[in-house]
Design a protein around this ligand. Structure first.
Ligand code: ADE
Ligand code: ZN
Length: 335
């Protein structure tokens, strides 16, 4: 088991499901709150950390939106992003695809320009420093209206050359993908890739909608797709990647015990499952912690570990020559 953990730390990894606002470590949150003169609801780092006990997605989202409220300036977005990139660079993550939630900041008077400039500059600097490649995904908050999503897309238009795709996140149940059908159609016409959170808490029907109506390129989470055999076949036929988030699933009670995590079943069914951290500052771990947890608790084999890492490369939106380079490195490490 220790050998597998070592291997998982060394292997080249991609992160395809990561909310940059979910990387906000309490220490950094307090530091930025102080420099911006913003008061947090919790008076100490420990008090805040103690509140990270969630029974469902909404419990977490309430704290997540509170936390991001201290981000005001371009430097705040830069520092947040750079702290995450430094962390995962030390874990041999070679490529990241990052979500940001513009509406969570626009609603507080923070301009699109301020947000994206800070995030984008950090991504560029990571590529210069370490050769780490990236894609940026603008995510729509599904608890808000279609009109708000369209308005956000308008604000994004001057920055489309920095944005690779769009996503759909926040409170899933009651906000099915079809609510945003027309927005996603407009995004696709602009040449953006499309992904959506589906089947985290929501029913298989939402995964069907993401595939059949929205025409997603990828599915974020997808756990509940396993309840529907026909849906499993469709995901396989379309060769869709699932961005699975083990520690997130545990913290948000999508699974009750890591031993019961369905990721090995997904692989056995032939689904392109990948490992990702979602909101690592809130869920107790970054990429390596997610792999370690799977190795310790689910008994994944060396072959399965290899398959997960390989799926992360092939299911990413990175350039083909980069995929080939990372696959070669992965193959030689596992040889
Ligand atoms: N926003 C940040 N993390 C999320 C998650 N796991 N599900 C839905 N929305 C999110
Ligand atoms: Zn997510």
């Amino acid at each position: 088991m220790d050998n597998l953990i070592e291997l998982s730390k060394k292997m080249p990894k991609t992160e395809l499901h990561l909310h940059i606002e979910g990387t906000f470590e309490p220490e950094q949150m307090f530091a930025i709150a102080q420099r911006n003169n913003v008061k947090l609801k919790y008076s100490t780092v420990d008090a805040l950390k103690a509140a990270y006990q969630f029974t469902n997605l909404q419990d977490f989202l309430d704290l997540y939106y509170q936390g991001m409220s201290v981000l005001l300036h371009e430097a705040d977005f830069y520092d947040l992003t750079m702290a995450y990139l430094e962390k995962v660079n030390s874990e041999n993550v070679v490529h990241v695809e990052i979500f940001f939630d513009p509406q969570g900041h626009l609603s507080r008077g923070v301009s699109f320009d301020v947000q994206i400039r800070g995030i984008y500059n950090a991504l560029q600097d990571a590529e210069k420093k370490w050769g780490m490649t990236s894609k940026l995904i603008m995510s729509f908050l599904r608890h808000l209206s279609e009109e708000s999503a369209f308005d956000t897309l308008e604000q994004a238009k001057p920055y489309l050359s920095w944005i690779d795709g769009v996503g759909l996140d926040s409170s899933e149940v009651g906000h099915p993908p079809e609510k945003f059908l027309r927005v996603f159609e407009a995004c696709k016409k602009l040449g953006l890739k499309v992904t959506a959170h589906a089947g985290e808490e929501g029913p298989p029907e939402y995964v069907w909608q993401a595939i059949d109506q929205i025409g997603v390129d990828r599915i974020d989470h997808g756990n509940r797709a396993l309840e529907d055999d026909k849906l499993i076949d469709t995901i396989k036929e379309r060769n869709l990647t699932l961005t699975v988030c083990p520690l997130s699933n545990l913290k948000l009670c999508v699974v009750n015990d890591m031993k019961d995590h369905p990721i090995r079943s997904m692989l056995k069914l032939g689904l392109n499952a990948t490992v990702n951290s979602d909101d690592p500052a809130y869920f107790g771990g970054y990429m390596n912690d997610n792999y370690t947890s799977l190795i310790n608790d689910t008994g994944i084999s060396k072959e399965e570990l290899f398959q997960l890492a390989k799926n992360g490369i092939t299911g990413s939106w990175m350039e083909e020559h980069h995929k080939e380079q990372h696959l070669k490195q992965l193959n030689s490490l596992f040889a």
